[in-house]
Design a protein around this ligand. Sequence first.
Ligand code: CIZ
Ligand code: SF4
Length: 305
Amino acid sequence: MAATTEQQITDSINSLRRERKAVILAHNYQNGEVQDIADFTGDSLELSRKAAATDADVIVFCGVHFMAETAKILSPQKTVLLPDPHAGCPMANMVDLARLREFKAQHPGLPVVAYVNTTAEVKAESDICCTSANAVKVVEAIDADEIICLPDKSLAGYIASQTKKRIVPYPGYCPTHHRILSQDVMRAKKEHPTAKVLAHPECTSDVVELADVVASTSGMIRWVAGSAGQEFILCTERGIIHKMQKDNPGKKFYNPCGLNICPNMKKITLEKVLWSLEDMVHEVTVPDDIISRAQRAIEGMLAIV
Ligand code: CIZ
Ligand code: SF4
């Protein structure tokens, strides 16, 4: 995109943002140019909470569908727009209501902890939500020794390694994080021997075992900012490096491989953000009864952490 064109698009986004009284949210995995025009960047829960605290009428969520739903759950009165209606999350889509009910029936009586990375209707049908940052705390706070964690078997495995409780994993996973292999991380460590390795718990257990730090995207951003280290290997989606590099210009950041790209996150572009505000598309709605039940699961989590 030529520089002038990009500037024109940004100018148009800015005037429509004011006209529509909109707040633009960008997930940490978004394209850099999209992060740069956002009012807030962060993880999905933190973004949805920040947007709820504004008096905006419209939320443009630059992320994937379940994230826009989370924003709607926390701001039922606001109009929530997803700039590309096809930006879905394959992991969130691995469990729907029918599969969840079937899984619950196979493990009767067990409480269900739903990662924020789930659809609104799955949240509504679960006992409580968790994020990758607070999952262990949430599991510890539940009055049960055996707990279903969904949809991510890798996050469930990480939780199981940190608690004495028995964790029953639902067999979902993030294709993007699973493309990062332990041999990639070992090669990157050899090339950058002083680099610290940070891994998201959505990575496979052999990658997590190689990490110096296991954290959510926001946790990684905070950890890097506070670290005396100068080099970092990031085992998560590569969009995270954009903010880290901006915040820490002297530090060096490395991707462990060429495949840590989430194609759905990358569907959002500046042009689509502009179209979204121009045409007020694509609105993400959640039925009222699902909103109130999903709110209960999110509030249950927030009461613990
Ligand atoms: O909920 C989010 O934002 C996800 C899935 C990732 C993270 O760790 O921030
Ligand atoms: Fe879903 Fe993985 Fe992409 Fe996150 S990185 S949106 S979990 S596919």
